[in-house]
Design a protein. Structure first.
Length: 546
């Protein structure tokens, strides 16, 4: 099987002329996003390619498959290694040799049946075009470019047909029934009725004993998944149903509940169809979390490449053979981003008590040091916009504890992994204490690096020493019932300890909930607090399409 390394799609349904990219594809590729964001469009597109392999020019170009009536035909780009391109390597000029060392995306237009010449060919000099075609030893630049386009279009078209010839699409609605087809138009599935296939595997002809091994493989997978070692599957001679024997009870499949029904469908299909591209919609339907985890392990043992849409966090916290893509619709078109799930980032998440799914499924993440920061921030945001809801419009997460200590180190590896974590959801906003004894104190290099990587508009370094320095004299005086003078360069706990017996540092979370009762709109006019809050609000509004 020729696995896909990367694909791009444009001019299809919610994907505009700029297109979307799924790069660094792995064995299991999980696509997440809200309902109606466009995540199923990736699977539909791949299925349509399979359905139109014989004649690409018949690729559906009706209005429901176009983007915003732009009348442009749907296009796909496949990722190729430079060494695999149709190039006469011996005739390449020295400055063009680097083409062989790099990966390249080549665009193919289905309705026109041609590729879009890559930049390194479009910008090549006349004599440099010779190695990229096999029609001329000498010709004018237009003729050479046409020859290249013809050769390379055929090369890409053959690759598409080879890769997508073995593709199956499994919809979110699945039922085993004699005569039932899994897809509307998928040639790999139509006419392949699952009960008949399993009957054939159960009772193979002489010489086809491998089919019997496949049947036993299905039985073993299902028994392992539901933890029933004595499970037996059989197909009666009528070929009208699947019969299971579990704990001595011999009953039709539909008698055992929807979850087992789903597992038999999925396992049977994925064993019958090996070395395929599998498009799978919401496999978690009717499977409880433990079954989902077992099913992921089952996928790892098969020989297919998977494109899966899901709402389940179980599929996001899965194996090293998984790539995750987050799709959003901004109201005009869909965008896809690849989630960085480096080993170190996942370790840091474990330290914090989070899973990658907590971050990936949020509209946007605001990173703060700890619980008291969250309390103050929520109060300030509520004053400016009381319609915002934590958990719906944004999520607040803490980078305190073990991770906070990394901020003072200049270890390049730690800093890089920390930044990957903060950017796991591309809608991220980071709030960091300035620290230092005076406002003239230099921000340390790590915080500067984070600000540079995250982006100035998505980063807030406090003007005072800490976030507590945004609390006004009015607020604090009401709380301790004494007149208090604040200093933006001193720690709040030191200021409070001189006026009261309260040990603020030992119970920040408790005291912060008391303090916010005395905060009102006038208290936002301190240092750069109001400006920073408006900066954050603008980001939250963008995350939510406002």
């Amino acid at each position: 099987m020729s696995k896909l390394q990367g694909i791009k799609i444009r001019n299809f349904r919610s994907f505009n002329e700029e297109g979307v990219t799924l790069d660094n594809l792995k064995k299991i590729n999980v696509i997440i996003g809200k309902n109606n964001c466009g995540k199923s469009n990736v699977l539909r597109f791949l299925q349509l390619i399979n359905s139109n392999l014989r004649e690409f020019k018949k690729f559906p170009n009706n209005i429901q498959n176009q983007y915003r009536r732009n009348e442009l035909g749907a296009e796909i780009a496949l990722k190729f290694n430079g060494e695999d391109l149709p190039v006469n390597k011996e005739r390449l000029t020295y400055r063009r040799k680097e083409i062989l060392q790099n990966d390249h995306f080549l665009w193919y237009n289905f309705n026109k049946g041609i590729i879009e010449l890559p930049v390194f060919i479009a910008e090549a000099e006349q004599h440099e075009l010779i190695p990229f075609q096999n029609q001329y030893s000498s010709a004018g630049k237009p003729q050479l470019q046409e020859a290249v386009k013809g050769l390379w279009s055929g090369f890409v078209e053959r690759k598409i047909k080879r890769v997508f010839d073995d593709l199956i699409y499994i919809p979110h609605f699945r039922i085993i029934k004699e005569g039932h087809d899994f897809g509307d138009s998928n040639s790999s599935i139509n006419g392949s009725n699952i009960i008949s296939k399993m009957f054939e595997m159960q009772n193979p002809l002489i010489g086809d004993e491998n089919l019997r091994k496949k049947f036993l493989k299905i039985q073993k997978f299902v028994s392992d998944l539901i933890n029933k070692p004595d499970l037996e599957i059989e197909i009666p001679h009528t070929k009208e149903e699947i019969v299971l024997t579990i704990d001595g009870n011999r009953l039709p499949l539909e008698s055992f509940g929807t979850g087992i029904h789903q597992l038999v469908i999925l396992c049977s299909t994925l064993v019958i169809h090996e070395n395929c591209i599998v498009c799978l919609e919401e496999p978690e339907i009717h499977l409880h979390p433990e079954l989902q985890r077992k099913f992921i392990r089952f996928l790892d043992k098969t020989n297919n490449q998977y494109f899966i849409t899901t709402h389940s966090n179980i599929f996001l916290d899965s194996s090293k053979n998984t790539s995750i893509y987050h799709i959003r619709n901004n109201g005009k078109f869909s965008e896809i981003s690849h989630a960085d799930r480096s080993k170190k980032s996942i370790q840091i998440l474990d330290d914090l008590g989070y899973q990658s799914s907590d971050i990936l499924q949020s509209n946007g993440v605001i990173w703060v040091e700890g619980p008291s920061d969250r309390v103050y921030l929520l109060k300030w945001l509520k004053i400016l916009d009381d319609q915002l809801i934590e958990g719906l419009h944004f999520t607040i997460m803490f980078y305190g504890g073990r991770l906070l200590s990394h901020l003072s180190f200049q270890n390049e590896v730690i800093v890089k992994d920390l930044i990957s974590l903060l950017k796991l959801n591309r809608n991220a906003f980071v709030i960091m204490d300035r620290d230092g004894f005076t406002s003239q104190a230099k921000i340390n290099c790590t915080k500067k690096r984070i600000k540079s990587e995250i982006g100035e508009k998505k980063c807030w370094i406090t003007k005072g020493r800490e976030i507590e320095n945004y609390l006004t004299e009015s607020t604090l005086s009401k709380w301790i019932d004494k007149k208090i003078k604040i200093d933006p360069d001193k720690k709040l706990e030191d200021i409070i300890s001189k006026k009261t017996k309260k040990n603020y540092g030992s119970a920040k979370s408790k005291f912060s909930k008391e303090i916010i009762q005395y905060i009102d709109e006038n208290d936002l006019n301190i240092l750069d607090l109001k400006r920073r809050l408006n900066q954050l609000l603008n980001e939250i509004y963008k995350w939510n399409g406002r």
